[in-house]
Design a protein around this ligand. Sequence first.
Ligand code: ADP
Ligand code: ASP
Ligand code: MG
Length: 819
Amino acid sequence: MKVLKFGGSSLADAERYLRVKDITMACHTESGAAIVLSAPKGVTNALSLLCDEAASGKDYGELFAKLNMVLFGILDDLQTNLPNFKSANLAEFIQNTLNELNQHLEGFALLRCAPEQVVAKILSIGEYVSVNIFSEILNAVGQENSIIDPVGHIIAEGEYLDSICDVSASKARFEDVDSSGKQVLIMPGFVAVNEAGEKVTLGRNGSDYSAAILAACIDAECCEIWTDVDGVYNADPNQVEGAVLLDKLTYQEAMELSYFGAKVLHPKTIGPIAQHHIPCLIRNTLNPAAPGTLISNEASTKWTSVKGISHLDDMTMFNVAGPGMKGMVGMASRVFEVMSNANISISLITQSSSEYSISFCIHSKDAGRAQDLLEDSFALELSNHLLDPIEVRHDLAIVTLVGDGMRHSKGLAAKFFSSLSQARVNNVAIAQGSSERSISTVIEANKAKKAVKIVHQNFFSSLHSIDAFLVGCGTVGKEFLGQVARQQAALLERNIKLNVYGIANSKKLLLDQNGIDLNNGWDQALQQSDKTLSVETLKDFVHANSLVNPVLIDCTSSTVIAEQYPDMMENGFHVVTPNKKANTASTEFYQLLRDTVQTTNRQFLYETTVGAGLPVIENLQKLFYAGDELTKFEGILSGSLSFVFGKLDEGLSLSEATNIAKQNGFTEPDPRDDLSGMDVARKLLIMAREAGLTLELDDIQIESVLPGSFDASGSIDEFMAKLPELDSLVAQRIEAAKQEGKVLRYVGSINQGKCVVNIQAVNDKHPLYPVKDGENALAIHSHYYQPIPYVIRGYGAGAAVTAAGVFADVMRTMPWKQS
Ligand code: ADP
Ligand code: ASP
Ligand code: MG
């Protein structure tokens, strides 16, 4: 005979009860079936809440009516969909049960408390309703069946709401049960009886345990736990994208995983089945064809080292420490005795080897009680300062890596902890079982999901994620989004998930937790958004969605945004930008940025600030890492001015050339930034600082294309309208140069620590003579590159190349992939 347990997730509505019937019938025909049922989905939660609300004097009428509706709703639907289904007796049973429930709740409301022995009765209502519904379903299809009441069969001891079964005493009670396989046996899960004959429950989620007990009691050949996922995965598949289904687990592995939070199986389940060597299969009611995960003595041959990762929330850690601890014999046992006498279960223990302190974690619900009890028990030691005041840390979680084969593999702990550091998680305490089957770390609860996700990514998945947030949707920003939209699918094929979760302009912020659909009206959605950009909003969003690799992409030219980079990095964001403002702010801020990169372990990438798509910064850095030094630099650093000056050679006027450059997206949004020389000066400063010079923007000598006498004020349009006033002046200079066989070029140079930006007339022998049409050329003279300089040349402006450069930097933020 097989035991089949169906959890609440398999019993959400009439349609699911009928699926359960089909699975039962198929199994029963083959090998005989004993069925353990949970309450319909959500019913135990509702019952528990009703008890709490009644006892605290709240109005529970609405919740009660909802429960009524759920239960009778299932009946009505079965009546409609299942021929021969008789609902009359069942309806009466449910009605009586609800009436009785109401009386108890009224009592709680009067007493303003809910005694646990009554709560146990109430919580079990859902399971009793469930088995009665199922029995009528089997009657309707002519299947003989009988309900086993756990009261009278499943003997347990301990707390009313968290009892432990005495399996051998229970087994003796099963002698009268017909397990020949003729009739289908049905038993409510979660329920047992104590020595006093009172109904108790086996702890929340305890129906799995009931199934294991029943399997042991009737010597079942197999215990199948049917739920809403295909089996046990290496992380919760509902929380971790890409979680992998495991084919097999040993009992011990299943125990560790469930103990440390894998809710798919209640940890108490393993005891009875392991002891009686009963194989256990985890299967999916919604996908019965899937083979499921086998839990037995057999280890997987497919997954041999780390099996999974799980986490436990709602943890509180106590630290008992003090100068008197050392040498105080029996301290640990006294601490733990206090806990065990109060029936408080300890999830994790660590002790410093100096014997100076003991730390342990318990469920937060027991924390207040535990603190009072410890302070009472150690009152003497506390008052004599042999112990320090007991330290209590709330809001913690335990993250655990599990696998039998871990003891044979090296470097797992290192990989585990470096993954946590990548998620910027601080370890409060660490514990490793001496079996080496698990490593656990205690961390802040709000980081748990992110930690699980990133550890999972590093251990099990080849999928990397880049979680992008774009600020600034001008030409470059828009082009970047277009490139991302075109590349997303191809990147995914290479296991890179690049999602843009946020887009902001100066007024609005659009966020989408599923990643913004870049092909479908994001600009309209942005306009309609009521959010605005702030570090806090982005940080909260990243946190709420447990994003592991957030990248801020600043495509504005805003100083205000640039000033926020350190804050963004402190909050876990990498920063990628073509915006020159941050690197050309004060030396102090420049240094702060570098320090923040170091302390936060985040990346700050700005390759596109100097040569747009050209690899300038990276190459300079490589040279300087290798000990090279800059001796001289000369170059055309402005794509827009390269374009404009090229057009001047061809006979266009300054205003005509500037207009065309602007229309082609070659200029900064405000062409004055280019013509004033300020943009080139900023680029030069960035290079100079990269080369180790300590300079401020003011130290750069700039010759503007716009003479001092020219009034360049007003709006961009006003300025463009006025620009022709300069045409003749510039034309004269061009003509003068031409007489000498020369052309004008706008050149930035660094020489002996001095930075100069000016208009130079160069002849056809000069290397910058042919550089025009938007091209940049950089000649780097260094100790290693002499007398012929290191030259970088190519288009240094334009939305496509700049966005591609930004894209390349974004890809560089990908976390270090561990082997
Ligand atoms: P049931 O109602 O059938 O008892 P539960 O909700 O108690 O179902 O357990 C199933 C859920 O356990 C799954 O939906 C899944 O979200 C969660 N879960 C947590 N960890 C794991 C894991 N490692 N493998 C599979 N499921 C897991
Ligand atoms: N119905 C109970 C609960 O929700 C037991 C179970 O489903 O396992 O906790
Ligand atoms: Mg469950």
